[in-house]
Design a protein around this ligand. Structure first.
Ligand SMILES: [Zn+2]
Length: 43
């Protein structure tokens, strides 16, 4: 049985920063795995 894309995305867990674990809100750079603060430290 196929799951509709709407159901699929609804079941995704909130995105967390890979470094500090903070929930990442939708941003322009949606492929980032870290929050803006941590990403700024690395780069
Ligand atoms: Zn972070």
């Amino acid at each position: 049985m196929l799951i509709s894309s709407t159901e699929f995305f609804k079941n995704l867990p909130p995105k967390e920063c890979a470094k500090c674990g903070e929930i990442i809100e939708e941003m322009a750079d949606c492929y980032s795995h870290e929050c803006e603060e941590c990403e700024g430290e690395i780069h």
